[in-house]
Design a protein around this ligand. Sequence first.
Ligand code: FES
Ligand code: FES
Length: 165
Amino acid sequence: MPTFRFTVNGQARTVDTEPDRPLLEVLREDLQLTGTKYGCGEGQCRACTVLLDGRPIASCVTPIRTAQGGKIVTIEGLASGAALHPVQQAFIDEGAMQCGYCTAGMVLRTAALLEQRPKPTDAEILEALDGSLCRCCGYPRILAAVHRAAVQSPAARKEASSATK
Ligand code: FES
Ligand code: FES
């Protein structure tokens, strides 16, 4: 079986497996990173979102061969020690989760958005989270959480401090 090497949350990982196995399966079953959720398994709900080289991808339809040499971030990798990532904290502060099944994917897509757009508009948020389904219909609170995170995120703070110089 071929060997795949990549980093997950900053740690080098090596997996011997079939090249077409979904990244989601490798993360959950081989690496025991179960924060990434299996929803539809068909690329239709984005519950399984992880970041690959900074870009959100649906890991259920991404073969492991695509991750060769890449940098993967899962929900387990967002916090710094005991300090939650600003997006995680904003989701908690706004109560933007019920069952939580969509939350990891929503949080990771939001974190990627704020790297590109520190102060996104509603339209930009809706576009960035398009396709992420919340079966609990928590969309208004999720939108509020993204705006709250935008105020608190490192990218927004950097932009604000350079604007005042
Ligand atoms: S589980 Fe991957 S998109 Fe639904
Ligand atoms: S909080 Fe339940 S699916 Fe979104």
